[in-house]
Write a protein that binds this ligand. Structure first.
Ligand code: PRP
Ligand code: URA
Length: 240
């Protein structure tokens, strides 16, 4: 093969590789398009305490609750309001109520650790519970409980779970909720792996995913890296 032909072949290969990289990048962007990373100094600081393996359960719980409150503030900033007239001690003025009903949906067990922080800002919210655990061998979700308020189709359902790892539990929770009529679903988690975001987005492209951090990936056992370990065990002290 002459040097000219060789040069043309190399150029063609480079163009193909660039094209593949572009397609991969577009696919990656598409799969991450539903993620909203809540980038806030107070959350970053608190997440540091939660990641630290020396943080004991009682502090872990309190900090998780505080971060949940900060996340609730961000996740609800586009909720609609209804106006009405109230009277201040001096004159009439406009007041507001939330126009949309919110149902909080913690995934048991670890999602319970986020409920306190959310209800502090959403005292009118109702709470449904989704019982799911991840089988340690298969990493597939196993369901054991589902209890929800009525009329979930009219509400914004906010699924709470500090960890989005393979995405199996999150995707199963959304499927359950849709089967029960939910039309508007958001997912809130503290730490997510790109694998989980991809799975959830592929299965449920209509669900917005709010996270405090998008971590590097998963280890062989399906734990998020760097992550914060087993969230349920750290909240409830069940590893001790
Ligand atoms: C954890 C976590 C999520 C799930 C995430 O729960 O709270 O629900 O794992 O993993 P996935 O994205 O790979 O499905 P776990 O199964 O440990 O149950 P627990 O909270 O009852 O301990
Ligand atoms: N569940 C957890 O609690 N932690 C992980 O890192 C992954 C799944």
């Amino acid at each position: 093969m002459g040097s000219d032909t060789c040069f043309i072949k190399q150029c063609k290969e480079k163009i193909i590789i660039k094209k593949i990289d572009r397609i991969k990048m577009e696919k990656k962007k598409k799969n991450l398009k539903n993620v909203i990373i809540i980038d806030h100094p107070l959350i970053k600081r608190d997440l540091t305490f939660l990641r630290d393996k020396k943080t004991p359960s009682f502090q872990f719980r309190a900090i998780l609750r505080r971060v949940a409150g900060l996340m609730a503030y961000e996740i609800t900033k586009d909720l609609k309001t209804n106006e009405f007239i109230i009277e201040s001690p001096l004159e009439k003025t406009k007041g507001y109520t939330l126009a949309e009903k919110v149902i909080l949906a913690p995934i048991l067990r670890a999602g319970l650790g986020l409920v306190g922080g959310f209800v502090e800002y959403l005292p009118e919210a109702r709470v449904g519970h989704i019982g799911l655990y991840r089988d340690e061998e298969t990493l597939k979700p196993v369901d054991y409980y589902f209890k929800f308020p009525k009329n979930i189709k009219d509400a914004i359902v906010l699924i709470l779970d500090p960890m989005l790892a393979t995405g199996g539990s999150a995707a199963a929770a959304v499927t359950f909720l849709k089967q029960h009529g939910a039309k508007s679903i958001r997912f809130a988690s503290l730490v997510a792996a790109p694998e989980g975001v991809r799975t959830l987005t592929e299965m449920h492209p209509d669900v917005k995913i709010y996270v405090a951090s998008l971590d590097r990936g998963l280890n062989k056992k399906g734990y998020i890296l760097p992550g914060l370990g087993d969230a349920g065990d750290r909240i409830f002290g069940t590893a001790e």
